[in-house]
Each structure stands twice: as structure tokens, then as C-alpha cells.
Design a protein around this ligand. Structure first.
Ligand SMILES: Nc1nc2c(c(=O)[nH]1)N[C@H]1C(S)=C(S)[C@@H](COP(=O)(O)O)O[C@H]1N2
Ligand SMILES: [Mo]
Length: 385
């Protein structure tokens, strides 16, 4: 295979036309593709949004899901402020605050430390529906150095309760007529920050982090919604009080009207850990043989079931080669000879503890007045001819 960069789509075309190259068979990441059977035809869902345009967010096109790993060029991006220009030479990461030994690390310092990988799914908690916004998700192999040993080396003081992660991007915020230029920032409790999978990440799928995804270093917090994964890191600060910046306490806040007996209790909580979720992504067929493909993520998944036209829940099978604790699992259901006409397809994921993905009218979803953290079952409509 030539050394020129080659896109996944080109590889898949070569694979389906029989010209499977050496790199395709031997690349550990691309081996996770499931390019499907030759002659396979896509049946579009009726609720499918029009082909994602060249939108800034580069959203995942679920109807063409064909790989367990999302390549960097297809990975979504969500940025609330500017995309900062960061030069590798000048870049430094400060670790300060309630610590005995503050630290300043260069990119080389970080790269010289222990390297660790995690394959994990990153989903924006704003994903909430098919006619609106559902493609802010992807799965990558993230590489970097674990955060916990660094925090340990700084010696967190007894009064430190939170770790605040600041990006280099900045915007203007206003509270009570006070205008502030601020960097994007999010915090984690000390316990959350010390989770051994958390990375100061500098590589995505074996390449330097792309500029849009946080170059040169971002935080990766497997098992948390996108918002916790601060890009373009510049400072880590241990604090003795709770951080209440926009993205902890004002935006990305879930508002729920919970019921306690006859009383409504309004709960406002910061978007946090991911929850169990699944989705039917695409339907394909070769003559009368139909396949439904989908993904399930958010919690360690035990199984996924589908239900067609309010019939019984049916077992699906996992597509091989797709298992990592924090990554989505790709599933498939063989739908033999569906009748012509319109059908509904819905999936539900079940986690290793037996928790079932809720329906949209479950109080966990229905009592929510904001769209963040929407993990209810998604009913999709399709026309079979
Ligand atoms: N510094 C910084 N980090 C950030 C953001 C941001 O705007 N600035 N957006 C967050 C949100 S809301 C999401 S969903 C993820 C998206 O990561 P990606 O752009 O690499 O896909 O980054 C998070 N980290
Ligand atoms: Mo997000």
C-alpha cells in the first residue's frame, strides 16, 4: 500500500471490490471495520435527517456506521468558544493550587511519562433525538499519560476537594452584570479525578490530537459525557471550594421535576457520568435478507434487544472484535423477510448489573425539562418495499 494517506471510505471500497490491501488486514484499528456484504443496499430510516452537511460539528452519520473505531476525520467536534492556536514549543501545563509541590509540564515531559491507551466512546450529552441532534458521538483509541500519578506527585493538601481543568479557549460570560473573560473549565472531585483510566491525552487513533479535538493535550475521562473531557488543557488547579463556572453550574445543567409524594422537587444537576443507551443505526438488505445494525454504550453492556412493531423483545448478536470497557458495542439483528410496509424499530441495552435502558416515558426521562443526558429508547421508523 502506498504511503499516501488513504481514507476509510477508499479502504472500504477496495475491500468490497476485492482489492484488500496489506494495511487493511494488518492495521489493528481498521480491522474493527464491519464493511458488510457485497451487494448490500441501505434502507434509509424515515426519521433520518438529510445527509449531514459540512457542518462544523462533523456529526456521525449513523446510516453509514461501518467501524467500531471512528477515524479522526469523521470524529465529531463540539467547541463552545474559539479553537485556540497552540504551538507545541510554548505549550506548558501548570498544576497548581492546594498541592505541596506545584508542577509545570512541557509536552515532552508528558510524553516521557508512562504511556497508557484507552478505547472509549465520547458522546456529547446534548445528543437527544433523530430529527434534531444525534451524531455527536464517536469511539477512538486515546493515548496519553495517566492523570492520577501526577496528582499524587503534587501531594494534594487535606483541604483540596476538587480538581479544576482549564482549556486555552476563552469567551465572555456575564453574571449579575459582571462581565468576565474566562477559559472553558470543568471540575471533578478528587476521587473522580483519581480514576486510573483518566488520561492527559495527546494522541487519537495513533496520531497527534487534531486541532479541533484539543491539540496538544486534552483530558479524557472514560465513562463521562463529552463536556468533562476538557480540550486544549493549560492549567489544572486543586481547589478548596466547589467550582461554579458556566459549564458546571449554569450550562450543561439537567433540570428534573422529581415527584416526592404529591410534591414536585426541582433538581438541577451538573451533567456527569454517561448512562446506558443504545440506538438502531442502519438497516441494510440483500434481496429479502435484512440486517439491523446498531450501537450500545454508556455502561458496560451485557446484551441488546430489539423490538419490531411492538412485538416481543428479540436478542441481537454483537459484531465481533468490538469490546472494551468504555467503548460502544456494535450489535446486529437478522431480520428475515419483513413484510412490505412501514415498521418501527426500537432497541434497548441491558448492562452487566441488569439495568435496562429506560423508555422515553420513564420518569427518569419524562420528568426532565432539559434535553441533556437523554438516554431513552429511540423508536425509529422505516419503510420496506
Ligand atoms: N476546552 C474545551 N473543552 C471541551 C469543549 C470546549 O468547548 N472547550 N467542549 C466539550 C464538549 S461539550 C464536548 S461534547 C467534547 C467534544 O469533544 P470533541 O470536540 O473532541 O469531539 O469536548 C468537551 N471539551
Ligand atoms: Mo457536549
Amino acid at each position: 500500500m502506498k504511503s499516501s494517506p488513504i481514507t476509510r471510505r477508499e479502504l472500504l471500497m477496495q475491500a468490497t471490490t476485492g482489492l484488500v490491501g496489506w494495511a487493511f488486514l494488518h492495521s489493528p484499528l481498521l480491522a474493527h471495520a464491519f464493511p458488510g456484504r457485497s451487494g448490500e443496499v441501505l434502507v434509509p430510516f424515515l426519521d433520518q435527517p438529510p445527509e449531514p452537511t459540512s457542518s462544523q460539528a462533523n456529526l456521525l452519520d449513523w446510516s453509514h456506521l461501518d467501524s467500531w473505531i471512528t477515524s479522526n476525520d469523521k470524529f465529531f467536534r463540539v467547541s463552545h468558544y474559539n479553537i485556540p492556536e497552540v504551538s507545541t514549543e510554548d505549550w506548558k501545563l501548570e498544576i497548581i493550587g492546594q498541592v505541596e509541590r506545584p508542577m509545570t509540564l512541557t509536552l515532552n515531559d508528558i510524553k516521557r511519562r508512562q504511556k497508557q491507551n484507552v478505547i472509549s466512546t465520547l458522546e456529547c450529552s446534548g445528543n437527544h433525538g433523530f430529527s434534531t441532534f444525534a451524531g455527536a458521538i464517536g469511539t477512538a483509541k486515546w493515548s496519553g499519560t495517566p492523570l492520577a500519578p501526577i496528582l499524587e506527585e503534587t501531594g494534594i493538601l487535606e483541604n483540596g476537594i476538587e480538581v479544576v481543568f482549564f482549556g486555552s479557549d476563552e469567551g465572555e460570560e456575564e453574571v449579575r452584570k459582571i462581565k468576565m473573560r474566562q477559559n472553558f473549565a470543568r471540575s471533578l472531585s478528587i476521587t473522580e479525578a483519581m480514576q486510573p483510566d483518566n488520561l492527559l491525552c495527546y494522541e487519537m487513533n495513533g496520531m497527534s490530537l487534531p486541532k479541533d479535538n484539543g491539540f496538544p493535550v486534552r483530558l479524557i475521562v472514560p465513562g463521562w459525557y463529552g463536556i468533562a473531557n476538557v480540550k486544549w488543557l493549560k492549567r489544572i488547579e486543586v481547589r478548596d471550594r466547589r467550582y461554579m463556572g458556566r459549564f458546571m453550574a449554569k450550562d450543561y445543567v439537567t433540570i428534573r421535576e422529581e415527584k416526592r409524594g404529591g410534591e414536585s422537587v426541582w433538581m438541577e444537576t451538573s451533567v456527569g457520568r454517561t448512562q446506558i443507551k443504545s440506538l438502531a443505526a442502519k438497516v441494510t438488505h440483500i434481496s429479502k435478507k435484512y440486517h439491523i445494525y446498531g450501537a450500545a454504550w454508556g455502561r458496560p453492556i451485557k446484551s441488546v434487544e430489539v423490538r419490531i412493531d411492538n412485538g416481543p423483545w428479540l436478542e441481537t448478536t454483537f459484531v465481533p472484535n468490538s469490546e472494551a470497557e468504555h467503548a460502544w458495542r456494535i450489535w446486529r439483528y437478522d431480520w428475515n423477510k419483513p413484510a412490505a410496509g412501514e415498521h418501527t424499530i426500537v432497541s434497548r441495552a441491558i448492562d452487566v448489573d441488569g439495568n435496562i435502558q429506560p423508555t422515553m416515558d420513564d420518569p427518569a426521562i419524562a420528568d426532565k425539562h432539559t434535553y441533556w443526558e437523554s438516554n431513552g429508547q429511540v423508536v425509529r421508523r422505516i419503510q420496506i418495499n
